[in-house]
Design a protein. Structure first.
Length: 296
């Protein structure tokens, strides 16, 4: 097949040539068939249109590297409340599907660092102490998903968070004839999340993470965690908790998640593309559930 394609590419390497040839051939066939009577104009135009479409298809076959032809991409959204395990299982999905996981925070910082037009707009808003609006975030996503590593698809992590954002994403993808084709939701009870999140401590400089129950630092020594006994194993420097890793902050985050983000799942549910995974299991068991979902 590829040998034939290469042989014919020189004959019909341009879209205009292929379409014109197809339309002309169909129109001439109609004229010739109707001789000596006059060719009906509607039939001629219909034949020309069919020929044009055939010519366009031939062009796509002969030139698959052109923008006129692009295989369908695997576009996934990874959902879950804070602490559900998106950061743990996202990289595994990346490796399994060979597509990048796109975090809105990472994309925003990269756009600002690259000084893109939309990145500079975001920087102005942040410098003024204003929130970066959905239109700016959508613009950053639009630029990012055109990069080469997204050729096979991508995973959206942390966006969309609201029904309005999901509709904006749908509109963006529809412009390219695409749509979200899978949504993985990591489900876990709120009570379990409090234990997971409020027990997290980090070493700010390195990003090393600890947990008072699951991965305590050596300095803790089995005692209750305090600012004095929570030290980094490697440097002995003090650990810290993120401001939003407190019980009061978590309540607000979960309230927002259930009120604004869960409806996004309902938005995609009619399409039969939402897959729920029980995240209140061992890490291996959760991954088994995720793996089963991404293979469907």
């Amino acid at each position: 097949m590829f040998g034939v394609r290469n042989m014919l590419r020189g004959v019909a390497s341009r879209r205009v040539a292929a379409v014109t040839a197809g339309a002309g051939a169909a129109g001439f066939a109609c004229w010739e068939q109707q001789q000596p009577t006059r060719c009906d104009m509607k039939e001629a135009l219909g034949g020309a249109a069919a020929g044009a479409l055939a010519g366009y298809g031939l062009h796509a076959f002969l030139n698959p590297d052109k923008k006129s032809y692009r295989p369908a991409r695997n576009i996934m959204i990874l959902f879950g409340p804070p602490g559900a395990g998106k950061g743990t299982h996202g990289p595994k999905i990346e490796e399994a599907l060979d597509i990048p996981q796109l975090s809105t925070g990472d994309m925003l910082r990269a756009a600002v660092a690259a000084k893109t037009e939309i990145g500079m707009k975001a920087k102005e808003l942040m410098s003024a102490g204003k929130l970066v609006g959905d239109d700016v975030v959508i613009g950053i996503i639009k630029d990012r998903i055109q990069e080469p590593d997204c050729a096979k698809g991508f995973i959206l992590d942390g966006f969309p968070r609201t029904l309005g954002q999901s509709k904006a994403i749908d509109k963006l993808l529809a412009e390219g004839g695409e749509k979200v084709n899978s949504v993985i939701s990591l489900d876990i009870p709120d009570a379990v999340l409090e234990e997971r999140i409020c027990g997290r401590w980090i070493h700010k400089k390195s990003g090393r993470s600890y947990h008072v129950k699951f991965a305590p630092p050596k300095s803790m020594g089995g005692a209750a965690p305090t600012k004095d006994n929570m030290k980094d194993d490697a440097t002995g420097e003090a650990l810290m908790q993120r401001p939003d890793d407190t019980p009061s902050a978590l309540v607000q985050r979960l309230t927002s998640y259930h009120k604004e983000t869960v409806p996004v799942l309902q938005h995609y549910k009619p399409g039969g593309i939402v897959f729920h995974v029980n995240a209140n299991q061992s890490m291996d068991a959760v991954w088994k559930g995720v793996e089963g979902a991404i293979k469907k």
